[in-house]
Design a protein around this ligand. Structure first.
Ligand code: ZN
Length: 219
């Protein structure tokens, strides 16, 4: 409790943005493609994988349980108030878990990569697929893009959003062959060049290549 009061009266825990000095950081990788998905939060073209926000799912189940409990209480009774407080606390916990995972990912991307290529998720992933649409909302992909935009500015990284019609999942990242890839198929098997690769990794490499190709064409 003492700490609570201290933080209220003392210095602000977070510096206001106008006092923050953006600093460009040294980059370990020039260009990275990032594929956001259901099974994993993010797959990078370097082969790195950020796992799905599991604790969030667990916390969400508890959230639903608390909501049910609340609905059974007599409104404005002391038990009802207790349930309201519990529910609010759980909401905050869930929000924090999500924010934390996204901050870790976006900071890592912006600090260590010269260019980050992501998909335009407004359309591509959500075409009539409710499960995917829900997952996109749950995992906070819009928040992901928002964070990435300002962190790329902070850390001197370029953010590229691939064309929304670019078939990153359907294209072979080695030979360019294009085939249908229903969501349940987790491995990309290319009949043309024989490449067999994780679906998300293939997509992230394609995203990365969109930038490499542009650079080569200009050079
Ligand atoms: Zn191929």
């Amino acid at each position: 409790m003492v700490f609570k009061y201290l933080s209220c009266r003392g210095e602000r825990p977070f510096a206001p943005t106008n006092e923050f000095t953006p600093t460009s950081t040294p980059k370990t990788t020039e260009v990275v493609g990032v594929d956001l998905g259901i099974k994993t939060l993010a797959t990078l073209s370097t082969g790195e994988v950020f796992k799905s926000i599991k604790p969030y799912k667990k916390a969400q189940n508890r959230l639903a349980k608390l909501q049910r409990q609340l609905s059974k209480k007599v409104k404005h009774s002391s038990n009802w108030y207790k349930a309201v407080v519990k529910l609010a606390e759980q909401h905050r916990r869930v929000a924090n878990i999500r924010k934390d995972a996204l901050h870790k990912l976006t900071t890592y991307l912006a600090k260590n990569h010269g260019t980050v290529v992501i998909e335009d998720l407004n359309v591509s992933g959500m075409l009539g697929n409710h499960k995917l649409a829900k997952s996109i909302a749950d995992q906070g992909f819009y928040e992901f893009r928002r964070q990435l935009e300002y962190k790329c500015q902070w850390y001197g990284c370029e953010l590229v959003v691939a064309d929304r019609f670019f078939p990153s999942s359907k294209t072979c990242s080695r030979c360019g062959h294009v085939q249908d890839m229903p969501l349940n198929i987790r491995t990309y098997d290319c009949p043309e060049c024989g490449l067999s690769i994780d679906r998300d990794l293939n997509a992230s490499i394609n995203l990365r290549n969109t930038v490499s190709l542009t650079v080569n064409a200009c050079g």
